[in-house]
Write a protein that binds this ligand. Structure first.
Ligand SMILES: [Zn+2]
Length: 258
């Protein structure tokens, strides 16, 4: 499984950085986890064949995880994509997104490929025959509870636990992407035996991350979504020295073979 960080920025805009978007590639197929602002530019810059991208998952619809979607659809159209595309969203938001896109002059009838919106599920399922995924709920959106009744918005966000199934001599591999969290404890139950952990640093403190992950044997840890006003390097150096942790900072275009 090959992971590409297409967008590593936090929610705060930064020159030359795209917002959250991660590609997971197995064989000739790729899925995207979140599509924040700049995802289309970053994917175009990478030069990947857009037909590879079969499914897009959106953990929650904060703009820095979602607003790249219309530009991606337009980019796929420009690249003359013909392969159908599945986009998984919080179910409560599907109707609104379908109504919104035509106001950006994105009309399904003008596309040579079919794109459809499907509801997210918190049940474990097979993305492809050799790739299993569990989207686990997090409390990142709980502060909006009072608006849920007023506007009908979703208040559950999700993290991603992905497993490449062992076959043909390939060992099983496990990758977790936290997306946005309320507390680092929300990933604790899934850390055991991970080959790669990509964890956000915008809504949780680096000290708490190190404290929790140091109890587990994780082959590689990548910190992403780091606010520009945070200096996390002293703690990163500390974790490397004290726990011999393989811990690095994400950057746009970073590729990790898992
Ligand atoms: Zn968020």
């Amino acid at each position: 499984m090959k992971i590409t960080i297409f967008g590593s920025a936090s929610g705060i805009p930064e020159k030359g950085k795209s917002q959250t978007c991660i590609g997971v590639e197995v064989g000739e197929k790729m899925i995207l986890l979140d599509v924040g602002e700049g995802s289309a530019s970053s994917i175009a810059g990478d030069g990947i064949d857009v037909d590879k991208i079969e499914k897009i998952f959106i953990s929650h619809t904060h703009a820095d995880h979602f607003i790249g979607l219309p530009r991606l659809l337009q980019y796929f159209k420009w690249k003359k994509r013909r392969k159908p595309l599945e986009v998984y969203l919080p179910s409560k938001h599907i109707e609104a997104v379908e109504k919104f896109l035509p106001f950006l002059y994105i009309f399904k009838e003008r596309f040579e490929f079919e794109y459809k919106f499907l509801p997210l599920s918190d049940k474990e399922f097979f993305v492809f025959e050799n790739l299993k995924m569990k989207m686990f709920p997090t409390k990142h959106l709980q502060k909006y509870r009072k608006y849920a009744e007023l506007y009908g918005v979703e208040t559950t966000s999700y993290g991603y636990l992905i497993e490449e199934i062992a076959n043909n001599g390939v060992e099983a591999k496990k990758f977790l992407f936290s997306s946005d969290l309320h507390s680092v404890d929300e990933v604790k139950n899934y850390l055991d035996g991970l080959n790669l952990l990509v964890i956000e640093c915008a809504h949780i403190e680096i000290e708490d991350i190190i404290d929790v992950v140091s109890d587990f044997d994780i082959s590689e840890i990548v910190l992403t979504h780091v606010s520009p006003d945070k200096n996390i390097m002293p703690m990163v150096e500390y974790a490397r020295a004290k726990f011999d942790m393989n811990i690095n900072l994400a950057y746009d275009g970073m590729k990790i073979e898992v």
